[in-house]
Design a protein around this ligand. Sequence first.
Ligand SMILES: NC(=O)c1ccc[n+]([C@@H]2O[C@H](COP(=O)([O-])OP(=O)(O)OC[C@H]3O[C@@H](n4cnc5c(N)ncnc54)[C@H](OP(=O)(O)O)[C@@H]3O)[C@@H](O)[C@H]2O)c1
Length: 288
Amino acid sequence: MKKKLVTILGANGQVGSECVRQFGKEFTLNSVTAKMLDNYNTKTITNYLKNLRADIIVNCVSLTNLTQCESNTALANDLNSTLPFAIAKCCPGATIVQLSTDYVFNGMKRTPYTEKDSTYPLNYYGLSKSMGELNLQTHTDKYYIVRTSSLFTSKVSFYGKPNFVFSIIKKLKDGETLKFNDTLTMTPTSTTELVRNIGVIMKQEPDYGIYHCTQEGEATWFDYVQQIADTFHLDKNQIFPIKSYPDSFKRPEYTVLDNTKIRGIEGIRIDDWRNAFNWEFSKYYEGL
Ligand SMILES: NC(=O)c1ccc[n+]([C@@H]2O[C@H](COP(=O)([O-])OP(=O)(O)OC[C@H]3O[C@@H](n4cnc5c(N)ncnc54)[C@H](OP(=O)(O)O)[C@@H]3O)[C@@H](O)[C@H]2O)c1
């Protein structure tokens, strides 16, 4: 049987590069980067995708830096809201996998958010991602919106975003004191496992719609950084809890996502976040 043609947009990013690593065996891959397509200019990407006629488009492009989203709302709109709309409009036959975020919620709940909960973003990143979801939903029925949270990876992505875990390890090794919020609660999630589960969705073709996909369990950012120190046998006494960050924008307090819906798909695997973290970094314990 002919393999499906899958286009990965944002192929140099954390999620995009993992998609390129994992999907090559089962699909014919076409990796797209900002450099190739005029920084995802709407006209350029529209012409490109129209001619390509991919079966599945996985959109990993996003402005994910919260501060940058606040200071450059036009760019956040272009990448997070307009791009999903442009993709849906020019590729009516394709299935679109759109990556999204726990930050579409306002964080007022204290139990995990389900796909049925209303979105109410508190900052421009969340707002632009939420608009992207809506833009996609109003222009195609053939979508999988996959919302995830606080991704970690042991791999270096080509996009050049600093790797959060490695930067914490370096700071602790250098003897720095770290302050992390112990009220904002989320679920650290393995990029490897997320992408594996996106691959399962693409193969199993469940009903179109929104799917939450994180690890199980929850942590504050303080808990998370303590786990990093534990795993790498570094000094936890250098890490201090704080109640807020000096940001000009709001962050949702509680953004744990409920994975019940995605768990209903055969082949989905979701581990506790601490197990997934230790598995992801096990090969690095000695080297770092
Ligand atoms: N990272 C997380 O913790 C996290 C948490 C929840 C949800 N998500 C969602 O997961 C998806 C992927 O996130 P990620 O962490 O993989 O993002 P990432 O590493 O920052 O990569 C995003 C990609 O977007 C493109 N991009 C970013 N800024 C750009 C700019 N100024 N001009 C043109 N292109 C630009 C780049 O594409 P090229 O590769 O083509 O250069 C980049 O590789 C996003 O939808 C995000 O909302 C991520």
